[in-house]
Design a binder for this molecule. Sequence first.
Ligand code: DX5
Ligand code: ZN
Length: 223
Amino acid sequence: MPDSVRINPSILAADFVNMQAELARIAAADFVHVDVMDNHFVPNLTFGPQMVERIQATSPVPLDVHLMISEPERWAPAYAELGAASVTFHLEAATEPLTLARRLREIGARAGVAVKPATSVESLFDMLDGFDQILVMTVEPGFGGQSFMADQMPKLALLRQEARRRGSQVWLQVDGGISESTIAQAAEAGADTFVAGSAVFGAADPAQAIAALRAEASRHHRH
Ligand code: DX5
Ligand code: ZN
């Protein structure tokens, strides 16, 4: 099962003024995770579509865009249009999540929905077919380098159980505090797609860090 797990390094932990070189360091990844923050939905600000378009033009791997922004209906389609492979918006910020997901798919992106730690996942059960990936945050969104919240694992397990029951192929993604010491828990709970910022870009050899995360996740992953 060569592609049963995916490792998506987050460039939030990269050197922003050396982005081209930083992207080259993660050529062995499956996707590059691009955190867009608006200083409104979360108390931090990163970049918008102009920067993401340059990342898209430069990256050796496809883009996995994570929008931590208000009014995703207004802004998310632009990220699909510039060529991002997947666009994930927050359930807490969306007024009509399924309508927005359909729009993203029409443009040609995978549609993702994310939940903050305080948000439960039961309301997503009847919407599984509407999404290509579901992101369970294991930190409060806004900053890299925070501690992994193991108390979010039951949400992943519930989603995995429900996906299995419905025969859904939806990817289950986890983001926040993922490292060689926490990734096994997330894989065992049912995640198949792993975002890691500091664990990859903070490593002396990012390619080796990606390989180690992949090996550990594969060893513990269960569909
Ligand atoms: C947090 C971001 C994450 C962040 C993860 O709001 O969504 O993608 O970059 O960073 P680490 O892996 O350092 O927790
Ligand atoms: Zn993220």
